[in-house]
Design a protein around this ligand. Structure first.
Ligand SMILES: C[S@@+](CC[C@H](N)C(=O)[O-])C[C@H]1O[C@@H](n2cnc3c(N)ncnc32)[C@H](O)[C@@H]1O
Ligand SMILES: [Zn+2]
Length: 275
């Protein structure tokens, strides 16, 4: 079995697989949870009792993504992974959530007899419960993107979908010539949902982003329209967005009345290479 991609959060030595989880040569041990992830977030980096997305958000996102509504983005990420795939590729999904894109990228990396090793991290244990079940071939840890438990220059591809952009850490762990797929919402993403929630909705701003040590190779836009035909799907979409916590009662009530919703989805995938 290959070595773990993770480092010990206590002494920074490499971790190896044990029967119960992971361990380092200095005797630090990290048990695998029943769902299959390990906890590598030091207590002093945990800024709240339950950091990251909560149980309701994670189960809503898991249901919604499993419904295939964001399949066009998933397919584009698979296509891009094939383009950059190489034998024994090391992949990190930073802020991997429920592992929907993680699994697709891993499978694309493993096509044509190639092997790949993938580590997914998220600060929310609720998200990792789904991710570890979805992709048992990979390793998952509760950790922060701002303190990645990974070696310098050990990763060929970082996937970052709608999660915090920790550019310094991403630069540190990426190999020279490695790639970062950074997915953000494009201007019209979820426009009709926002129209239902707010009297004056705003488009997302499209920004040219520059990060030290990275060269922007390409931006791929994915656009589509989805039909939500069940109030549960509408509520799941709402619950998995940041609007869930900032929408006034009236907006939420207006949404609860909707029986169906046709909504645009639009994503920009920024493809960076480590220069
Ligand atoms: C919008 S979700 C996206 C999840 C997944 N990438 C997807 O696209 O389905 C953002 C994720 O980032 C996680 N997150 C927030 N802060 C984080 C941090 N500092 N380090 C790692 N993950 C973090 C949340 O727990 C959540 O799962
Ligand atoms: Zn250790």
């Amino acid at each position: 079995m290959p070595k773990s991609m993770f480092l010990c959060p206590v002494c920074s030595e490499g971790l190896f697989f044990t029967e119960q989880g992971l361990g380092c040569k200095n005797g630090h041990r990290f048990d695998r949870s029943a769902a299959g992830y390990v906890h590598l977030l030091p207590a002093n980096k945990k800024h709240s009792k339950q950091p990251g997305d909560d149980k309701a958000m994670c189960s809503a996102r898991n249901r919604f993504l499993s419904g295939g509504f964001y399949a066009p983005l998933c397919q584009k990420l698979e296509q891009l992974t094939r383009k950059y795939a190489q034998p024994n590729m090391h992949i990190l999904d930073a802020g991997c959530g429920e592992g929907y894109y993680t699994a697709a990228v891993y499978q694309a990396a493993c096509e044509q007899g190639r092997s790949a090793q993938l580590a997914g991290i998220d600060i929310s244990k609720f998200a990792l419960k789904y991710a570890a079940k979805r992709l048992p071939q990979a390793e998952f840890a509760v950790a922060s993107s701002y303190h990645l438990p990974l070696k310098n220059e050990s990763v060929d591809l970082i996937l970052n979908c709608f999660s915090p952009m920790a550019s310094q850490e991403f630069r540190r762990v990426l190999k020279s010539g490695g790639h970062l797929f950074y997915v953000v919402p494009a201007p019209m993403h979820l426009w009709e949902l926002k129209e239902a929630l707010y009297s004056t909705p705003y488009q997302n701003k499209r920004q040219t982003i520059e990060y030290d040590g990275f060269r922007l190779e390409d931006v791929q836009t994915v656009e589509s329209t989805i039909q939500l035909t069940d109030p549960q799907q509408i509520q799941d979409l709402f619950t998995m967005t940041p609007y869930f916590y900032k929408t006034p009662k009236e907006g939420q009530q207006a949404l609860e009345q909707l029986q169906q919703l046709t909504v645009q989805i639009a994503f920009d995938i920024h493809i960076f290479s480590r220069s």
